[in-house]
Design a protein around this ligand. Sequence first.
Ligand SMILES: [Zn+2]
Length: 212
Amino acid sequence: MTRKLVANAILQLSKDYGLYDAPALRARVNGASARVQAVKRIRPNVDARDNASVLLRDPRTIEFGTIFLAGLKSDEAMVSVLGHELTHVASGQSDLLRPLFRAIARRAAGRINLSISGQRAEELACDLVGLMAARQFINETPSWEPPPRRIARAVEHNCVDDDGSDEDHLSPRNTIRALFALDIDLARELLTTNTQASTQRRISLTVRAAAF
Ligand SMILES: [Zn+2]
């Protein structure tokens, strides 16, 4: 399911950023989509500890450190993180999605006044695709749980005490700032109050009761 959601999110972003007009650009997106579909396995790996990764020379398997895996306690978190890794696979060693990654980073950088280049652009774009995949997953799988709680799980891994960055990644807090700047519906979705959600729930329970 996540493979399909990721392919759709990449297509949507490519259109939104004007990177699906020319045949050469379309070929990149279609190639990326095919690479996503080729992933077949998820493998737990004790030695990978708290990381998830994919070897680009063997892009059929995504490896999850068991410490990392133990922290993913919801389907929403799993779809978000898998979406991130699948986006790396989609771009692959030939950097198919490089134009998209750069366009996303440029927009985020302009909005939060932070320079985002190189591998950091790719990592941010992977998080954005993961978020979009999780959102669509939530839309397609109804639940009694309040939607803000579910969407929060898709970005929860960025809520940390130790806000460290490295050469390849923005810090988690800057990642989430960039996501808010890129996806302006996210704040509204997260901040819809639980009161509203529980009212909706009461109404639908009443409707069900009336139907029987
Ligand atoms: Zn990554």
